[in-house]
Structures are given as structure tokens and as C-alpha cells.
Design a protein around this ligand. Structure first.
Ligand SMILES: Cc1ncc(COP(=O)(O)O)c(C=O)c1O
Length: 455
């Protein structure tokens, strides 16, 4: 798809002010499908290119300074270029990036994960969140000797064949390449305990997988009671409960969502922060389930019960070094508390600006994440705690109308802010000055959109 010029003045300005990104995009189109490496980076008229980042800031190929609200898709809770992480990775790069063998750092890394995450009796490292959810579902299936997994509509668990159906509707024809047989093994239920209870009564499920933050980093709120009751339901039905803490892990609290609310799943999947912002992931959980990965002296057991697992970059030393340097800085929760407080200021500020400028929409979220919807009528709200905005789930899922969404992202870019998928995940480097700059940019963006009758 080629970039198409549009009469929309915000798009016109973007085309004019980003000639280097435009050129890079054209070159990328000849080498990379769609010119991108991740579906979320698809952007009209073209995706911008970033060349450098530090703290809460990054710089694009055309020299613009931007406040980053995407923060490594949530991996960088300490901001870009955290000195201890950079130092640890640099040191390790000199010692070797892959030893084709066990190395001491993987034990230090595992020690921290098992100390911090309540459900983690044992841990196995993998290379991404997608691999972690794939492994957790396999462990549950092997443990219960049942093939079906129950998941919850719209919850995101990465892009493996088992995780993707149900993020989009199971019957969706937008799942080419995912075998019907695989889709049949996944059942997706609404985020509703009665529906989940009903489904589990069939006795055919190995486990339930859930994003304990609510889908896509709290896009649709989920209550602590829901998670508590889900724990009780899975116990009642004797199925494995998997918390996908790829986002919530180490962000919601040093022990993730589970550490914050005291609900302990059987298995936990992690990525992003667990690897200190480098590639990597982990599955952790109950000893009896995790030990299915262990070799036994009994060859018959190995043949019949050992869960297979390979992976060139499992627990790779660079990620281990980054992870240890990161986890040691966030173990006491002060980093998370600061990032949470800053993000709450931002959510409150967004809602104040929306009210003042008479723009339909809302900001909401939890922990250090926020979501924004514009151009959609939402119930009046206070500007206080926005964790339970009582917005209709369907409207939240749909987000802002497409034209508004595009203009908003580009206009915020012009104002020096990178908004990520209608929201953002912040870090401890988003200090008061940064939050003020985002709010000024937001107000100016809405004014520009109003001026051009885009809101
Ligand atoms: C909750 C959740 N699970 C799994 C994944 C997949 O992780 P990865 O992108 O590392 O494969 C993501 C990625 O954003 C996620 O947010």
C-alpha cells in the first residue's frame, strides 16, 4: 500500500515535516512486507522512524524530539537507556552474548523472579511473551491431559496460533494460516464469571488464561473480585489458572497484578520488564506443573510426560544481565509507585482538558498505563480516580473513530508526543515536566483538530 496524500491539513503537515521517514518508508516497502516489523506499527500515510532514545524522550529521523508514551511496548519501566541496565548489558557483551551453555546469570535472574512473583516456585526462560503463553498452555494441557483452553474475549496473549483466536472473534475470517483444528481447541468466553463457570462445567478444559490487568493493559477494566472469583472457579473445576502478566508483571507491583491483589495463579507468563527491556520472557508457577519440563532418570516418563522445550535464545546472557539490573531497581515498588502517580496525573489532566474544551471522550487506565477515546460520547465523570470509568466495553474496544484517531496521532506527533495505540505505558522517567508537556501538547492538538473540524 503506497502512502496517499490527503487534503486533511494535519496529514499534509506530517508529509511535509517528515521527508526522511517518508523516504525510509518507501525503501522499507521494497524489503519488508508493508514496510514494517509489527502490525501495530502500521500507520497512514507512513510510519515514522526513530533513531535514538534516552529517558522519556526519543528523536525521529527528521530531527523531532518526542516524548515517548510507548516505552518499548511497555518493556521500559525505567525509561530508555537506564544507566545500570546499559552498564550491565555492555559489560556482558564483552563477556559473550551466547555461551551455548548454562551460565550463572540465569540462576541470579531466576532467583529474583521467584522471590518477587508470588506464584513462581520454578521458572523457565523463553524468548518472548508469545513463547511464554504458548508454553504455559502446553504445560496446562500436559498436566491435565486435556486439549482445550478457555480464554476471554479480546484478551491479548501474543501471536502464537493458540493465542490469536479470541483476540479477534474465533469465527473471524481474519485468521488465515491458523488451522481450524487449533481454533477448535480454544474457546473464548465473555469477561463474565457465569459464562466461564458454564463453560468449565463441560470438564473438557485444561486451563483458563487471562490478562489480569484487563485486556490490552486495562482497556476494559477488570475488578480484583473478578480475579479472586476466577481463582475460586478454576479451583472448583480443577483447571490450571494462567495469569498472563506480560504487561502487569513488575509494573502493577513488584509481584505483578497477583502481588498487588493477592490472587495467586497456577502459572504466570512474563516478558518485557522481566527481561529488563531486552528480548526475553518467562513462565513460572507451581512446582508440580513446572517440573513437567524436567528430565527424569526414567526413560518411560520422559517419553510419555516430559514437556519439550528448546529455544536458542532462552535465558540469553544479555537479557539476563539487563533483567537483573532492572529488577534490582524495582524490587521495592518505589519506581512503580512514582510511575503510577505520574500516570494518574496525566489521566486526570487529560479529562480536565477534555471537559474544558468540550470534547467528547475520556481518559482512563490503571497503574502506569492510560487509554484515551475521542469523539465518542461517554458518561460524565469526575476528574478523580478513573480506574472504573464504567464506559461501555464495546465502545472502549472500538476506540476513537478512525479519522479522529489518525489525526490525533499525527497532530500529537507534531506537538512532540508519541501516543501508542490510543494510549500509553509510562516509566519512572516521566517526571512532572514531561507530564506538563504532554498535557500542553494534548490541548494544542485538540485545538488544531477543532480548528480543522476534525473533532
Ligand atoms: C498480555 C500480553 N501477552 C503476551 C504478549 C506477547 O508478548 P511478545 O510481544 O513478547 O511476544 C503481549 C505483548 O504485548 C501482551 O501484552
Amino acid at each position: 500500500m503506497d502512502a496517499v496524500a490527503s487534503p486533511n491539513p494535519i496529514v499534509a503537515r506530517y508529509l511535509e515535516e517528515n521527508p526522511n521517514s517518508k523516504r525510509l518508508h518507501a525503501e522499507a516497502l521494497t524489503l519488508l512486507p508493508g514496510g514494517i516489523a509489527h502490525d501495530v506499527r502500521q500507520q497512514d500515510p507512513f510510519a515514522p522512524y526513530i533513531t535514538r532514545a534516552l529517558g522519556a524522550l526519543k528523536w525521529d529521523a527528521d530531527g523531532h524530539e518526542l516524548i515517548d508514551c510507548a516505552m518499548g511496548h511497555g518493556a521500559l519501566i525505567l525509561g530508555h537507556g537506564n544507566p545500570a541496565v546499559v552498564e550491565a548489558v555492555t559489560r556482558q557483551a564483552r563477556e559473550g552474548t551466547h555461551h551455548s551453555a548454562c551460565h550463572p546469570l540465569e540462576i541470579e535472574w531466576a532467583e529474583r523472579v521467584t522471590r518477587m512473583v508470588p506464584s513462581a516456585e520454578l521458572v523457565r526462560f523463553v524468548a518472548s511473551g508469545t513463547e511464554a503463553t504458548m508454553m504455559a498452555m502446553r504445560l496446562a494441557r500436559a498436566f491435565k491431559q486435556r486439549d482445550r483452553i478457555l480464554r476471554i474475549d479480546s484478551h491479548f496473549h501474543g501471536w502464537n496460533d493458540y493465542a490469536q483466536p479470541g483476540f479477534l472473534p474465533l469465527a473471524s475470517n481474519q485468521l488465515p494460516g491458523i488451522p481450524a483444528a487449533v481454533r477448535d481447541l480454544m474457546v473464548s468466553a465473555p469477561q463474565d464469571l457465569n459464562a466461564i463457570d458454564d463453560a468449565l462445567k463441560s470438564g473438557e478444559f485444561a486451563g483458563v488464561i487471562v490478562e489480569p490487568t484487563g485486556p490490552t493493559w486495562a482497556l476494559i477494566p477488570i475488578s480484583d473480585d473478578f480475579l479472586r472469583d476466577l481463582r475460586a472457579l478454576t479451583e472448583k473445576h480443577g483447571v490450571v489458572l494462567i495469569f498472563d502478566e506480560v504487561i502487569g508483571g513488575f509494573r502493577w507491583s513488584p509481584g505483578g497484578v497477583q502481588g498487588k491483589i493477592g490472587v495467586v495463579p497456577d502459572l504466570t507468563t512474563m516478558a518485557k520488564i522481566v527481561a529488563g527491556g531486552l528480548p526475553g520472557g518467562a513462565v513460572a508457577g507451581r512446582r508440580d506443573i513446572m517440573e513437567q519440563l524436567r528430565f527424569s532418570p526414567d526413560p518411560n516418563w520422559n517419553r510419555e510426560h516430559k514437556v519439550l522445550h528448546n529455544g536458542t535464545f532462552n535465558a540469553n546472557p544479555l537479557s539476563a544481565a539487563a533483567a537483573i539490573a532492572c529488577l534490582d531497581q524495582i524490587v521495592d515498588g518505589r519506581v512503580q509507585a512514582f510511575a503510577d502517580a505520574q500516570t494518574a496525573k496525566l489521566r486526570i489532566g487529560f479529562n480536565r482538558v477534555l471537559g474544558r474544551m468540550n470534547v467528547e471522550g475520556a481518559a482512563w487506565g490503571d497503574s502506569s498505563v492510560f487509554h484515551l477515546i475521542l469523539g465518542v460520547p461517554v458518561p460524565a465523570r469526575s476528574d478523580g480516580d478513573l480506574r472504573d470509568p464504567k464506559l461501555p466495553a464495546a465502545a472502549l474496544k472500538k476506540g476513537s473513530p478512525k479519522a479522529i484517531d489518525q489525526a490525533f496521532h499525527l497532530a500529537m506527533w507534531h506537538e512532540g508526543v508519541h501516543i501508542f495505540r490510543g494510549g500509553g505505558l509510562l516509566s519512572s522517567t516521566h517526571d512532572d515536566a514531561v507530564i506538563s508537556r504532554i498535557l500542553v501538547a494534548f490541548e494544542r492538538t485538540l485545538a488544531t483538530m477543532q480548528e480543522h473540524k476534525l473533532l
